[in-house]
Design a binder for this molecule. Structure first.
Ligand code: BGC
Length: 480
């Protein structure tokens, strides 16, 4: 790396002013292909989240499990995912993003196979942990890979596209749950997970390594070769290599945890990443993803069929509203979309809470309750769903990216676990109205959080964000 430091000074100077040829360069098809294939990891993520709500009643029936064991079958996946995300930083730094995605697809395949063949609830818990490990690694690696491969002009769009795959995965799982519920086969519900796992494995074999990871391992020539495939002109490649080399050669030489201990600026971006993911989880979205049928019941909808179809409706709205983010994230920017999303979520939760205070006594009130739930899902899908992953992948400096992203991804899964565990407890202890009221207030707090701490990262290179962070600029200004 040291050898490159001198040689890169010319390139580093080029990084000062960005030529128009770079700013407006064409996006080559290989970028879309690589991003599309890596985004398949999102499908796996979503299907893993969606499968359990449909499979659980049949599992409980077959094995006569206790409530405690039931809880474990659900939450062991989140525990596995937190562990997977914890280890993913080291794996993806040592072996690269591409191999990390390959390992994750293999784990996913094996986890699904063990679930299909499970002869006891304990084996099922093992299968869920394996699936969790796979998802933990995938949910860490995919946004990271996308952020490192996509030109900055479409970076937000590609990571939002990844979130679209998450939502399609959830919807696909809801629909396959519904289909297999007719033959009462929870094993098939898990069996279908092997399809996206195989698709991801084959897809990832075709994508190039991340140029930024290659450079961080001193493999500059290979990084340049990859950029040759991913960028349309030599000017663009020279410019980007210049930026990458400059950030690698910056005064900061330590990496990961060492860098976290030594560098207060890096500590700030790690803390911001953790807060961002906790914010995403405490919007309350997963309370709806996991407990939609029960919430619809509280709002006055009786009957399993109505509840299951309403659940599919939430999955569909989740997919459709993600397109709003895809369309606007690189045009309007991250912050305006987050303000809009948190406002929609706060308002819809307040409406739902009020309906539960009055009691869903009339059809109008019942449908208003249902509409507010769907509007809430839309608010999340157009904002915090995709944008938190985008921001987390953007704010970390190159030498600490794996560590920082690992911490925020673990926070995502810990928050996810907490919501899954505590939401039903809160409903039982303080009631639906109060619980949704608290979620509404939290979303208002997140508007203030966005205002005070979140940077606008639209259209700015990862290397510029890093420079701003390291020069001590306030977090909310590191994107300008
Ligand atoms: C979140 C998941 C959530 C999903 C819903 C993701 O961005 O991290 O926890 O279940 O969105 O679409």
């Amino acid at each position: 790396m040291v050898g490159h430091a001198g040689g890169s000074s010319g390139a580093a100077q080029q990084a000062q002013a960005k030529p128009d040829a770079v700013r407006n360069a064409d996006i080559v098809p290989m970028v879309w292909l690589s991003c599309g294939l890596a985004a398949l990891a999102g499908l796996l993520f979503g299907m893993d989240i969606g499968v359990i709500s449909g499979a659980l009643p049949f599992i409980v029936n077959e094995f006569h499990v206790s409530t405690l064991m039931e809880g474990w079958i659900v939450s062991s996946m989140m525990v596995g995912a937190a562990l997977g995300a914890l280890g993913a930083g080291a794996i993806s730094q040592r072996f690269g993003r591409k191999k990390a995605l390959l390992y994750s697809s293999l784990l996913f395949f094996v986890g699904a196979l063990v679930a299909v063949a499970a002869t006891s609830p304990h084996i099922l818990v093992v299968a869920r942990i394996l699936l969790g490990l796979a998802v933990g690694v995938a949910s860490f690696t995919a946004p990271l890979y996308l952020s490192e491969v996509a030109p900055e002009r479409i970076r937000g769009t590609t990571i939002s596209f990844y979130q679209l795959m998450v939502t399609i995965g959830i919807l696909a799982a809801f629909m396959s749950n519904l289909a297999f519920s007719y033959i009462e086969s929870w094993r098939w519900m898990f069996g279908v997970l092997m399809i996206p796992a195989a698709m991801l494995f084959i897809g990832v074999l075709m994508v190039p390594n991340s140029p930024r990871w290659l450079a961080s391992r001193d493999r500059f020539e290979e990084a340049r070769e990859v950029l040759n495939k991913l960028r349309s002109s030599k000017t663009e490649i020279d410019y980007e290599m210049g930026e990458i080399e400059e950030s690698i050669n910056a005064e900061q030489k330590s990496r990961g945890f060492q860098m976290f201990k030594e560098n207060p600026n890096f500590r700030r971006s790690v803390m911001l990443g953790i807060c961002l993911q906790l914010v995403q989880q405490f919007t309350g979205m997963n309370a709806i993803m996991y407990f939609a049928p029960q919430i619809f019941q509280m709002s006055g909808f009786e009957g399993t069929a109505a509840q299951l179809w309403s659940t599919v409706a939430t999955g569909l709205v989740n997919v459709l509203a993600t397109f709003i983010a895809i369309g606007f994230v690189d045009r309007l920017g991250r912050k305006p979309i987050l303000y809009a999303g948190f406002t929609v979520m706060a308002a819809s939760m307040a409406v739902l809470a009020s309906i539960l205070v009055i009691g869903p006594t009339t059809t109008l009130l019942q449908y208003t309750g249902m509409a507010s739930l769907l509007i809430f899902v839309a608010g999340f899908a157009m904002s915090a769903g995709p944008l938190i992953w985008t921001l987390c992948a953007e704010i970390q400096p190159l030498n600490g990216r794996d560590f920082g992203l690992s911490c925020s991804t673990v926070a995502n899964w810990v928050g996810n676990f907490a919501i899954g565990q505590f939401f039903p407890v809160m409903i039982a202890a303080i009631g639906g109205a109060m619980t949704f009221g608290i979620l509404s207030v939290l979303n208002v707090v997140f508007i203030i959080f966005t205002l005070l701490l979140i940077p606008e990262t639209k259209g700015i290179s990862l290397e510029k964000i890093e420079k701003n962070l390291m020069s001590g600029k306030p977090l909310k200004n590191i994107g300008s």
